[in-house]
Design a protein around this ligand. Structure first.
Ligand code: NAD
Length: 378
């Protein structure tokens, strides 16, 4: 069946334009070979948008994203706009688009690649077999709860206080829990719900709602874990996780911890999903690599495009319902790696000390190789 889809591409800053160009080429190839019709449009976000329009998320960018089935993003930010006290900053573009598109769920698959075992900070036996999906609630919790702010005490001491509110409603917990259980059903059927229920009332509500949702998924095992012990287990036994579901702040921290254990920052994709609407019930989503804009190597054509290409695979799977094509892109990436292809970041980590003197591919060469492998898969 032919899929017609509109995809908004937001290259952003630094290496963003270089890596999104390769991911777009992969999507174009999928459309051409699998008989789909994808129409692309490119828009400004982040620092590039501030320079051109004064705003990190211009109105026409937002309108195009609202009209699209999916958004593919590079990265935002760089030294030019890094002043934390500036009133207008690149990351406001990202936060703005997540909010405006109602992207409530962040999905980060973390899979250990045997090829990069040497560059993991953990012993090889600890990362062997790691294959987990972290599902983080993205629009609620302490990052958005009210009241928040800073105020001077009125008791005469004049001391300043800062405060935030951690708050979740039942419906917010229920929808993220359902998403996690649905994902677990397609994997190894284990959900680990992470909270701090020994201290926080919000977490006690979280725990009871997740347990209630579990009743609808008798084929999936649910375990609850406190966030502090989860942080330790990610180091000692990361391969014991399947799907982790957690709130905004815990997920922010744990997903970054999980991303470094594989030792391959340039390989990790992510998806942020909205509420499915319409008859086909596919969620709109924003797809991006987890790494930043790498200003230190921007414009040199040496960035690793694989995390963005794998993000494009997630886009095919989650927002366009093209699971077969998504798997083909992932297999093409595996095949490119298996053939020995490396970008320079991989050579400086994965093969340091191995004695192998491989030649680094450019961003475009790696993208082209994935396309070549993809032609065999489609
Ligand atoms: P970074 O992820 O951009 O870079 C960290 C290191 O990894 C650098 O040495 C970089 O060269 C390398 N690296 C990252 N991605 C790579 C790739 N695809 N190929 C090869 N090497 C790669 O993190 P940072 O240096 O802390 O941040 C740089 C800028 O990116 C900052 O302005 C930061 O705010 C921004 N940032 C944006 C996002 C986002 O857009 N989602 C996320 C994180 C950081």
């Amino acid at each position: 069946m032919t899929t017609n889809a509109t995809i908004a591409v937001l290259p952003g800053d630094g290496i963003g334009p270089e890596i999104t160009a390769e991911a777009r080429a992969v999507l174009e190839l999928v459309a051409q070979h699998a008989g789909h019709s994808f129409s692309f449009s490119e828009h400004l976000i982040g620092g590039a948008a501030i320079d051109a329009t004064g705003q990190p998320l211009p109105a026409d960018t937002l309108a195009a994203c609202r009209d699209a089935h999916a958004v593919l993003l590079g990265a935002v930010g760089g030294p030019k706009w890094d002043d934390p006290n500036a009133a207008i900053r690149p990351e406001q573009g990202l936060l703005g688009i997540r909010r405006e598109l109602g992207l409530f769920a962040n999905l980060r698959p973390v899979k250990a690649q045997p090829l990069f075992a040497d560059s993991s900070p953990l012993k090889p036996e600890r990362i062997a077999g790691v294959d987990m999906l972290i599902v983080r609630e993205l629009t609620g919790g302490i990052y958005f709860g009210q009241p928040r702010g800073r105020e001077r005490d009125s008791d005469g001491t004049g001391e300043e206080r800062g405060f935030n509110t951690m708050v979740y409603s039942e419906s917010e917990v229920r929808r993220i829990a359902r998403l996690a259980f649905d994902a677990a059903r397609k994997r190894r059927k284990l959900v680990t719900s992470v909270d701090k229920a020994n201290v926080l009332d919000t977490s006690r509500l979280w725990r009871s709602v997740v347990s209630e949702v579990a009743g609808d998924y008798p084929d999936v095992t649910l375990e609850h874990q406190l966030v502090d012990s989860c942080a330790m287990r990610l180091i000692t036994a990361a391969n014991s996780f399947d799907v982790i579901v957690t709130g905004n702040m815990f997920g922010d921290i744990l997903s970054d911890e999980a991303s470094v254990i594989t030792g391959s920052l340039g390989m990790l994709p992510s998806a942020s999903l909205g509420v499915p609407s319409g008859d086909d019930a596919l969620p709109r989503g924003l797809y991006e690599p987890i790494h930043g804009s790498a200003p230190d190597i921007a414009g040199r054509g040496i960035a690793n495009p694989l995390a963005t290409i794998l993000s494009a695979a997630m886009l095919l799977r989650h927002s366009l319902g093209l699971a077969k094509e998504a798997a083909a892109v992932e297999s093409a990436v595996d095949a490119a790696l298996a053939s020995g292809a490396r970008t320079s970041d991989m050579l400086s980590t994965a093969e340091s000390g191995s004695g192998q003197a491989s030649q680094a591919l450019s961003t475009h060469e790696m993208g082209a190789l994935v396309c070549k492998e993809l032609q065999q898969q489609l």
